[in-house]
Unconditional design. Structure first.
Length: 68
């Protein structure tokens, strides 16, 4: 079983930081729409991973009892 980090990590990754601080003025409408689609897809991917991790944690808690 994997343990969760003692302290939550801050959002990591240079790409995320660059994306959230990028100047959007240089993009046209279609480029912004494509950007939104890509970001929404990434949100869904992240939510799916979160649900998977929560399910694993819930299964472990059910089997071994809550470890908090």
């Amino acid at each position: 079983m994997f343990e969760e980090p003692a302290e939550p990590r801050a959002f990591s990754g240079r790409a995320l930081n660059e994306t959230t601080h990028e100047d959007l003025e240089v993009y046209g409408v279609s480029e912004l729409e494509e950007r939104i689609e890509a970001l929404q897809a990434e949100i869904e991917r992240t939510k799916a991973q979160l649900a998977k991790k929560k399910a694993g944690r819930d299964a472990a808690n059910a089997l071994f009892g809550r470890l908090d």
